[in-house]
Design a protein around this ligand. Structure first.
Ligand code: GAR
Length: 212
């Protein structure tokens, strides 16, 4: 059983509310983790300030200054080599990232819908909730999955659904989905840290708690 906090790197592009939620869980003791460093793909991301306020070094690598996903990923991977972590947590990171092979199975992403619906390139943040309402589906939700070098793909770890209400706007829906995300992401990280996730093809089996 692991007692040392799991070492995380958290990548974001915007508001940083996902980062803040993880920091809150860590502070309250409900997540045994330490955020070693963060990465922002934009110079104007609000998350940068949240990271600095928490005393966590933030690497700012503006995606638009790189000509390709490969070049951008290489720059990240150079930093990762010098500052290794146990787990990379994508937290509203709106860029394609090609992680090194030894991080396979050690990169998580959260998506504000039920993958494989409403995901992929261009499907992020409020675009997702607008598309969900527009489509008329009656259920949406949140998904935590292992990342696999493509947008919003990779074996699904946890997924929870909630109803789309007749009176929902993208904003009200986002609020309820984000409330779900605030519980789902720490839970998935906890399961990873406890070694309870076994990937079998595209399926992730959740192993029982030790001693149960
Ligand atoms: C979250 O709702 C997350 O699920 C979503 O962006 C938001 C990030 O909020 N991620 C995606 O859409 C990934 N395809 P934040 O920037 O305030 O943490």
């Amino acid at each position: 059983m692991r007692t040392e906090p799991i070492r995380l790197a958290v990548f974001f592009s915007g508001g940083g509310s996902t980062l803040q939620n993880l920091l809150d869980h860590i502070a309250s003791g409900s997540l045994n983790a330490r955020v070693e460093w963060t990465l922002s793909s934009r110079v104007d991301a609000v998350g940068i300030e949240k990271s600095r306020r928490a005393g966590i070094p933030c690497l700012v690598l503006p995606r638009k200054e790189f000509t390709s996903h490969e070049e951008f990923s290489q720059a990240i991977n150079l930093h990762l080599e010098r500052h290794p972590v146990d787990l990379i947590v994508l937290a509203g990171f709106m860029c394609l990232y090609r992680f090194p092979p030894d991080y396979n199975g050690r990169v998580l992403n959260i998506h504000p819908a039920l993958i494989p619906s409403f995901c992929g390139k261009g499907m992020y943040g409020h675009h997702v909730h607008e598309a969900v309402i527009e489509s008329g589906v009656k259920l949406t939700g949140a998904t935590v999955h292992f990342a696999d070098n493509e947008y919003d793909r990779g074996p699904i770890i946890l997924q929870e659904a909630l109803p789309v209400l007749d009176e929902d706007t993208p904003e009200t829906l986002a609020e309820r989905v984000q409330a779900l995300e605030r519980e789902l992401y720490p839970k998935a990280i906890r399961l990873f840290a406890e070694g309870r996730l076994r990937v079998e093809g595209r399926r992730v089996r959740i192993l029982p708690e030790e001693g149960s």
